[in-house]
Design a protein around this ligand. Structure first.
Ligand code: FES
Length: 87
């Protein structure tokens, strides 16, 4: 599990194991547009302010993933306990 911190509102959303970040956000009333939900299309792309994403998508290039300034919340998770996102 990890926590998403929403930079614009300061809200903290817990993402339990077995639950995607987009599911957790949706349950908290934060709707993220999605399409493939498999890390392929890029629809759900979200900016990362701080923390390290655990990239599990096939959309971002390795270089883009290494910048750690954006992630795909439909499939990717976090390596840090908290991930602050531009949301
Ligand atoms: Fe397609 Fe997330 S919904 S990459």
């Amino acid at each position: 599990a990890f926590e998403l911190v929403l930079a614009r509102s300061g809200r903290v959303v817990n993402v339990p194991a077995g639950c995607s970040a987009t599911e957790a956000l949706g349950a908290a009333g934060v709707v993220v547009p999605t399409s493939c939900e498999q890390g392929v299309c890029g629809t759900c792309l979200m900016g990362v302010v701080s923390g390290l994403p655990d990239h599990r998508d096939m959309y971002l290039s390795p270089e883009e993933q290494q910048r750690n300034d954006q992630f795909l919340p439909c499939c990717s998770r976090a390596l840090t306990q908290r991930l602050v996102v531009d949301c």
